[in-house]
Design a protein around this ligand. Structure first.
Ligand code: M6R
Length: 608
């Protein structure tokens, strides 16, 4: 969704703001703008469209100064246009503001301001905040800000430049991420970590209604009443290069190619060199693990699909019931969860609005909350009682790839740890499995080294209109993620179906030219999947089978066979996701789609 960046320091802020906006572009946006203190006034440049349009405008009408704020907007109130683009100012131009989030009571505030003579130029809720601050401002920015924040309902991250105090950036937020950092003679704010990495890796997350005041000398923090507070910094160990595209054409391909490495990093955090689990890294001891009657998992999108696969792992290996729900359903649904029960959320960003709301609801219900999260210091990682980190590094492409992989790795390890602590598996059995698991990255690498096979398939198949991913058991959970990956980046209609469920309705959609991808990595279920492949093959579908090692049986029922190296069937999904991600990628590239920033999508869904 929207992106914020702000800079104050010794350098010209414009290239820094533009660099920051470029690094946040992956979040999705439809206009961009900057406000810069030029020495005598606040100067704005705003353009509908891509950051390149803003860059062109800046070349035609250059601006420069040592403090400024910038924004990429994803329209919510009012169409994408130059006028609706941020920054916004109040009528007297005492300040400029950028905003992420949605002000829910903006109409109420707007009508109050109109009665007091304010004239609005845009349709945005953000301009209402600008005018409100201008109305409340009596020479003390902090005081105006605390008063305004008390009046705002909804979600917001705000960065503000006051003309009377132009070397300072004032920031605040509620239910929308905001991170600040101090470098050498400069301070910087952004809505997401990648924009800060070039300046500092010691950052501070502004929490709800807190205020951060950034100056070149350092950053001061205040609570919602304007009382100064101390805050601790968090060290981010992502490096600058990991958030850059390097020689890859797309971030998505770079991130798929990083999967063997992300696998090893995540595995090493939870598993010792002698292939035993670091059992104190899991938020349950033996007594608790034995007491558990079920675990609830709640998340959105890809993270929800990871939860679905986690359910299969935990139920199969640890003999423990798992209920999985979509966060937007859970947060308003009836719930039978009891106080004290384990409740897990999964989120790459740690900032997904529905997942945060679900976590808060579970806390209210008295659950023991835990989070699987990729971003240190994010809202979810701060608010959950226990955090199991994934070590995917920064993920920039909108389509989740390595974050999904690391989520299912941690869920797999949770299943093994629960199995051992609940006495379902012996330590020896667990160690054997871990040893085999440590070889999965090498198998993945072989798929990546031969990815041209998948590219070739995509070059023949990109005109396909409908794709069905079918599978049973763990393969069905994997099929859900494979179908999402394909539809979100290639816009090809795709569905995941439990293979045995096809003939209860969906098989009516199969026609000449439909593509059916049969995930058949589970030897015990292969014969059943073979019948389902045959059912669609005889109805005209082109059938591609993905198997765990060679499977002769696939040949008669499918037109093409791809295989991953033979491995324990519970481990197979960890490897089989790679060819599915590559398939989605290559089909999208063949269709000329915007792979890293698909239409209508944002990387992190921070509004409801
Ligand atoms: O940051 P989160 O994991 O909480 O995001 C949840 C979903 O928005 C996300 O997984 C989304 O479905 C993927 N980016 C799609 O590839």
């Amino acid at each position: 969704m929207c992106g914020i960046v702000g800079y104050t320091g010794d350098k010209n802020c414009v290239p820094i703001l533009m660099n920051g906006l470029t690094s946040l572009a992956y979040r999705g946006y439809d206009s961009a703008g900057v406000a810069v203190w030029e020495g005598s006034e606040l100067t704005l440049r705003k353009a509908k469209g891509k950051i390149d349009q803003l860059q062109e405008l800046l070349e035609e009408s250059p601006v420069g100064g040592k403090s400024g704020i910038g924004h990429t907007r994803w329209a919510t109130h009012g169409e994408p246009s130059d006028i609706n683009a941020h920054p916004h100012t109040d009528t007297r131009k005492t300040l400029a503001i950028v905003h992420n989030g949605i002000i829910e009571n903006y109409l109420h505030i707007k009508s109050m301001l109109e009665k007091n003579g304010c004239v609005f130029l845009s349709q945005t809720d953000t301009e209402v905040v600008a005018q409100l601050l201008g109305y409340l401002y009596r020479g003390n920015p902090l005081s105006a800000l605390t008063q305004a924040v008390a009046m705002l309902e909804g979600s917001f991250a705000l960065a503000i430049l006051f003309a009377d105090d132009p070397a300072t950036i004032y920031c605040t937020c509620k239910d929308s991420p905001m991170v600040v950092g101090h470098g050498d003679g400069e301070s910087i704010v952004a809505s997401d970590i990648p924009a800060l990495l070039e300046y500092t890796r010691d950052v501070c997350f502004v929490q709800d209604r807190q205020i951060a005041v950034l100056r070149r000398e350092g950053i001061q923090y205040y609570d919602e009443f304007g009382v100064e507070i101390e805050k601790k910094t968090t060290h981010i160990d992502w490096d600058v290069e990991s958030a850059k595209k390097g020689n890859y054409e797309h971030f998505m391909m770079k991130e798929i190619c990083e999967e063997p490495d992300a696998f090893k990093k995540t595995f090493d955090q939870y598993v010792s060199k002698d292939f035993t689990l670091k059992s104190d890294h899991f938020p349950w001891d033996e007594a608790k693990a034995k007491r558990f009657e079920r675990i609830s998992i709640v998340s959105c999108g890809t993270a929800y699909h990871a939860g679905m696969l986690g359910k299969k792992f935990i139920e199969h290996m640890a003999n423990l019931r798992v209920d999985v729900d979509i966060a937007s359903e859970f947060r308003y649904g009836d719930t039978l969860i009891k106080s004290g029960e384990p409740f897990m959320v999964i989120s790459q960003s740690g900032e997904t609005a529905d997942t945060i709301a679900a976590l808060r609801r579970a806390k209210e219900l008295g659950c023991e909350t835990m989070a699987l999260c990729n971003v240190t210091g994010s809202t979810i990682s701060r608010e959950a009682e226990h955090v199991l980190y994934t070590y995917a590094g920064p993920e920039i492409a909108v389509a989740a790839t390595k974050s999904y992989l690391t989520q299912i790795i941690v869920l797999y390890l949770c299943a093994l740890d629960l199995a051992q602590k609940r006495g379902v598996m012996t330590q020896r059995q667990v160690s054997d499995r871990l040893e085999e698991m440590s070889r999965v990255p090498a198998s993945m690498q072989k798929i990546l080294d031969n990815k041209e096979q998948i590219q070739f398939f995509a070059s023949r198949s990109f005109a396909v209109k409908h794709v069905f991913f079918i599978g049973r058991g763990m393969d069905y959970a994997l099929a859900m993620e494979a179908a999402l990956k394909l539809k979100e980046i290639s816009y090809i209609h795709s569905e995941a179906y439990a293979a045995g469920e096809l003939k209860h309705g969906t098989i009516a959609l199969i026609e000449d030219g439909s593509l059916v991808v049969a995930l058949a990595t589970q030897p015990e279920l292969q014969a059943k999947v073979a019948s389902n492949m045959e059912e669609v093959r005889v109805r005209g579908a082109h059938v591609l089978a993905l198997t765990n090692g060679p499977w002769e049986g696939a040949k008669g029922h499918s037109h093409e066979q791809w295989e991953i190296e033979k491995m324990d069937e519970t481990l197979a999904p960890l490897c089989a996701i790679v060819p599915m991600q590559l398939l989605a990628y290559y089909l999208a590239v063949q269709k000329g789609c915007s792979v890293d920033q698909p239409r209508n999508l944002a990387k992190s869904v921070t509004v409801e």
